[in-house]
Design a protein around this ligand. Structure first.
Ligand code: HAM
Length: 420
């Protein structure tokens, strides 16, 4: 067969070098923050029955209509690469009878998700999210705690400038009445709307608030607002969420035009955006989904959660300082080293690692100058140049060097690092 160069598919990327480190740091911070707040890690499968997303995310959403990667297994079952994490977490809650545990059950995840979207900066076909879901309580404190944790994570990652838009969609009953009101309004202004919005008046009229078509935007500025039509119970819930957010010093703006791209939301919805991102300004979003567990065959169970895009947080956040893995000792070989010296160097590498040092060794046959340059690039603190029975130990930070017996190098490095 002829050799061929094959590239990663469009909208996907490899994670390399510094990016690996930045992601590991983000994951460590998310884990510390969420697990300290009582969230437990959950892993769900990369693919699920397609029905889960049709039912959970909703037939009228862009995700289900045009963004799912769906495949069939040998037995003709339809499977879909997960486009989001909330429906799978609710499926797992039902499947494992988690309603019998103490409520709320708080779960977090960090996984990759798949959407067949037009790829551009900040928008990929395989992307990563960190998410948190709290199931089993409708207390407004759950909403406020969840949002405050996300605000803290974005703060720790240095994501700025960040805006929190907040609204309430009320409950399905009040939404039904409002839907009709909005549909009538849209029908009355149909000729000014974009063809796409016009087509969706019956299926999903609320999405008209999301359009960037100028005519549609003009019509929507005068449209009735859902927030003004929610029940008094839902309005009280929203007021309490706002009070508690203020208590937690989380700044927000109420935006009654906020709609989310998933059908399961009830009551609280929110989105964090950052101007640092350009067109794809959404860093994180979420809300309540009080009917979802029941729709997936479980007992009536309220739920609240969010997901934040890892790539978008890294794009909009402060650069995470690298160098955490820089070697404390780099074992170099003098030019033209014979096998005996190579073995002595290898033994030194092993001894250094056994003593708990981060150590690396020359593996590519570079000249001594090349090795010193490489050790510098790695950020190595000490370089040991192994000669016959003796070693030159160079302090790359302070600049000095000394010739010592090879079997005292580890001790000297430990002393230099003041861990002895
Ligand atoms: P979402 O708003 O669809 O919500 O996605 C959350 C975040 O994932 C977005 O704010 C964005 O940062 C990131 N994201 C989404 N699509 C892409 C993409 N194609 N490329 C890169 N990043 C992307 C959800 O997924 C809900 N499950 C959130 C939730 C949890 N609601 C309640 N619980």
């Amino acid at each position: 067969m002829r050799a061929q160069k094959i590239k990663a598919p469009r909208g996907t990327f490899d994670v390399l070098g510094e990016q690996t480190e930045a992601r590991a740091t983000l994951e460590a911070r998310a884990r510390a923050l969420l697990e300290d707040a009582g969230y437990e890690r959950i892993e769900t499968p990369t693919f699920e029955a397609t029905e889960l997303f049709r039912l959970g995310v909703g037939e009228s959403t862009d995700i289900v209509r045009k963004e799912m990667f769906t495949l069939e297994d040998g037995a003709g079952r339809s499977l879909t690469l997960r486009p989001e994490g909330t429906a799978p977490v609710c499926r797992a809650y039902v499947e494992h009878g988690m309603h019998k545990r103490r409520q709320p059950v708080k779960l977090w995840y960090l996984s990759s998700f798949f959407r067949s979207e037009r790829a551009q900066a900040g928008r990929y076909r395989q992307f990563w999210q960190v998410g948190a879901e709290a199931l089993g309580s409708e207390d407004p404190a759950v909403d406020a705690e969840s949002i405050a944790l996300l605000a803290a994570l974005l703060g720790e990652m240095g994501v700025k400038p960040v805006r929190l838009r907040l609204s309430s969609l009320g409950s399905p009953a009040s939404r039904g009445e409002y839907r009709e009101l909005l549909q009538n309004y849209l029908r009355a202004h149909a000729e000014q709307l974009s063809p796409e919005v016009r087509e969706r008046i019956e299926l999903n009229p609320l999405r008209a608030f999301d359009s960037d078509h100028p005519g549609t935007r003009r019509v929507m500025s005068g449209a009735p607002r859902l927030l003004e039509h929610i029940s008094s119970e839902d309005a009280d819930h929203f007021t309490e969420v706002r009070e508690l957010l203020s208590q937690a010093n989380v700044a927000y703006e109420v935006d009654p035009t906020l709609v989310r791209g998933l059908d399961y939301y009830t009551r609280t919805v929110f989105e964090f955006t950052s101007d640092a991102l350009g067109a794809q300004s959404g860093v994180a979003g979420g809300g309540r989904y009080d009917g979802l567990v029941e729709r997936l065959g479980g007992p009536p169970t309220p739920g609240m959660g969010w997901a934040a895009g890892i790539e978008r947080m890294l794009l909009a956040g402060d650069a995470i300082p690298g160098g955490a893995n820089a070697p404390e000792l780099f074992v170099a070989l003098a030019d033209g080293t014979d096998p005996a010296r190579r073995r002595a160097a290898f033994a030194l590498l092993g001894a250094a690692r056994s003593a708990g040092l981060r150590a690396q060794m020359e593996l590519a046959g570079r000249s001594l100058k090349g090795q010193l340059g490489f050790a510098g690039t790695l950020g190595a603190r000490y370089v040991a140049i192994v000669e016959n029975g003796e070693t030159v130990l160079r302090d790359m930070q302070e600049g000095g060097q000394e010739r010592i017996a090879t079997d005292t190098v580890v001790h000297a490095v430990l002393r230099g690092l003041r861990t002895l």
